[in-house]
Design a protein around this ligand. Sequence first.
Ligand SMILES: [Zn+2]
Length: 148
Amino acid sequence: MKLLKACGGFLAGLLVFWVAATFMILILEEITLRDSGKLRSENELNEVLRKEKAVLGLDAIPITIAFSDESPLFAVTRTIRQCDKIYGCIYKIEIGAKRNFKNAVKHELYHIYDGHSFYNGMSWTDLIFYFFFYEPQAMLYTMFGWRL
Ligand SMILES: [Zn+2]
C-alpha cells in the first residue's frame, strides 16, 4: 500500500511538473515569437516559408501559406492537412493576427516535419496529448532548433 501511495505521489508530482514546464515553455516561446518580427506581406510569408522549409528538408512537400481570412479576434495560426489516397497530403498554414510572427512559420513547419496531425473533431484526450506533447516539441524547435 505504501508503494502504491508513493507511486501515486510520484505520478502526481510528474504531472504537475509537466503542466508547469509546458506553460513555462509557452511563455518563453511567446518571447521568441515576438522577437522574430511581424509578417507583413504575402511575399514575406512565402520567403520565410521557403527558407524554413529548406532548413527542415521539406522542399518536396506541398505547403501553402496565407494570412487567415477570419476576424483578427478569432483567427488562430494553424496548419490544415488534407490527404488524398492518390495525391498524398497537402498542407496549408494559416497565419492568424495574434501569432503573426516569423517564427510562427517555423513552429507550424515543425508540426508537419514531425507528423503531428491536428484536425477538427479531435477528442478531448487527443487534444490534451497534442497540447502537452506535440506543442512543447514544436515550441522547443522554434526556440532552440531541437528536433525531439
Ligand atoms: Zn503548435
